[in-house]
Design a protein around this ligand. Structure first.
Ligand code: URA
Length: 239
């Protein structure tokens, strides 16, 4: 997005807006290698190079960390080749460009982090980090204690044996013939929770990620988002 040169200079903490105007009029500022002295000059901080005293002024981008309660029907990607709705559409009010931290399937709802902090994204998604993720899973039929124990110990999901997980029964509805279980895993293979349930013969009817680390999503309605608090960011990075 374009902005006035003096506003850009002031926003980067170079000087006040008035002082910036003086610098421009005095021919001290270059845009794309050329001195500009017009106060109405607009620049695009993403594309244009602004120099003062021979030094390029880099756009200071604030680091942003978002928690979104993703509804089903949205894909976790910045752009979708099939034009399906993306999670980016839900965070339009955030003017900083962020990327999803990890992924939730299109038909999974719940906690999804987004950030523009590359180090944060790298750390959180690195398998070594083993951040815990808690899911509320609705399965068809009445789940047995034996199946729960198998899920806890680890199951073969095709090309991988899952690591120990915390699994507990939350509710059994005998009338509707459905069970709700809570699964906490410390890894994140593709479609892991669905595959784990399939491995013990259970069909997943609904999947919701309720928690990442200690951060719960229940204070947000589906489709709502908020910025993480600094202690929440720290808690995710501490192992
Ligand atoms: N496990 C799944 O199967 N799907 C998700 O979206 C997340 C975890």
């Amino acid at each position: 997005m374009e902005e006035r040169l003096q506003k850009f200079l002031a926003n980067q903490g170079i000087c006040s807006r008035r002082k910036a105007e003086e610098l421009i009029l005095a021919g001290k500022i270059k845009v794309n290698g050329k001195v500009v002295q017009e106060l109405g000059t607009k620049i695009n901080p993403e594309k244009d190079t602004v120099e003062y005293n021979g030094e390029v002024i880099k756009k200071q981008v604030e680091k942003v960390y978002i928690l979104l309660n993703k509804p089903i029907g949205y894909v976790t990607t910045v752009q979708d080749q099939f034009q399906r709705p993306t999670v980016m559409e839900l965070i339009k009010d955030c003017k900083v460009s962020v990327v999803p931290v990890g992924r939730l399937d299109m038909y999974t709802s719940g906690a999804l982090l987004l950030s523009n902090d590359g180090d944060f994204v790298y750390q959180i998604t690195h398998p070594k980090h083993e951040i815990s993720k808690t899911y509320q899973v609705t399965v068809k039929g009445i789940i047995t204690q034996q199946e729960i124990e198998k899920l806890q110990k680890g199951v073969d999901i095709g090309d991988y044996i899952t690591k120990p997980a915390e699994v507990k029964i939350m509710k059994i509805d005998e009338e509707k013939e459905i069970s709700r279980i809570q699964i906490t895993i410390h890894e994140g293979k593709n479609r892991q929770v669905r595959k784990m349930c399939e491995a013990v013969g259970e069909k997943v009817l609904a999947l919701h990620r309720s928690k990442i680390g200690n951060i719960e999503v229940k204070d947000l309605k589906l489709g709502e988002w908020r910025y993480l608090k600094s202690e929440e960011i720290k808690s995710l990075l501490v192992k």
